[in-house]
Design a protein around this ligand. Sequence first.
Ligand code: FMN
Length: 341
Amino acid sequence: MDFYKIARAILFRLDAERAHHLTLSGLRAASKIGADRLLDPGVGPDPVEVMGLRFPNRVGLAAGLDKAGDCIAGFGAMGFGSVEVGTLTPRPQPGNPKPRLFRIRERAAIINRMGFNNPGMEAALDNIAASRKGFEGVLGINIGKNKDTPNERAIDDYLTCFRKAYAAADYIAVNVSSPNTAGLRDLQDPAAAGNLLRTLKDEQAALAAETGKHVPFAVKIAPDMDDVQLRELGALFGELEMDAVIATNTTIARDAVEGLPHAGEPGGLSGAPLAGRSTEVIAALRGALPAGVPIIGVGGIACAADAQAKIDAGATLVQVYTGLIYRGPALVRELLAARLG
Ligand SMILES: Cc1cc2nc3c(=O)[nH]c(=O)nc-3n(C[C@H](O)[C@H](O)[C@H](O)COP(=O)(O)O)c2cc1C
């Protein structure tokens, strides 16, 4: 019996953001009383080493669902081999006015313009310390900048977050690709990206020397770039010896949902309509990156074949978000059972 089918019938009658909060509360409660065993996918580990870390399997939770880092063990109980919390910013911020989350059921898609609503790095670190207990997978901490920090000072925000996240994270993800923070994607421009990532690489080396712990970091990119831009970025990431690239974030393209309710809402589109484009980006990047730089593939994975397509295009790990909203824990079970690779 797939309980999520019943839960979804109820959740999808609610406003999307209320359904989101209700689900996360349920997950937190389940973890506290130990009922999370109900979620156990019943599939054994399938470990793989990426970025020098041992991932128990190739399937991760993408950033933006556990924004506050307070549900880590709950998602671990579903079988995720990694959980990426955030995006976190130095200071807490409320995000954009509601409504800011919309389902497009006809296409198994979501449009969001949440705008990095998060409790801020300090509070999130407390949440993470508590909610990771019992989690045996890999913890990623995804970082960004506050809305009111101008791009000229963006590096300061990323540095602040990087330093604070370093001790707790297994890896850090640098998000320069959300469409919902004005100007953020300008940081994907090769000159700006080079500046930012080089600064963080230097910081990583300094922190590794100081603490004796090396924390790899990945950069997360948008799908809305052409092959020339992707080749340029691929070369840059290779030159910087990036630990990994996460491809992709949501898209601002709307061709796949044109004419449907909510299609005109500003924000990032995720889910099934993104799958093809995100896989193309992975393939283009794979051609542009040295073999030693792994890709984490994300965008529209709704079944094992979608995930395998990303691996075939050159990804080593995959992540899901929107597919989980539409299919629930059964999706994780299917992906684990498929033994991707
Ligand atoms: C509601 C929502 C919020 C998101 N928030 C973030 C975020 O804070 N940081 C981030 O890097 N990506 C965020 N994402 C993007 C996802 O991590 C993922 O890259 C994207 O949705 C494509 O995957 P999917 O089609 O499986 O959802 C968000 C996505 C959604 C749907």
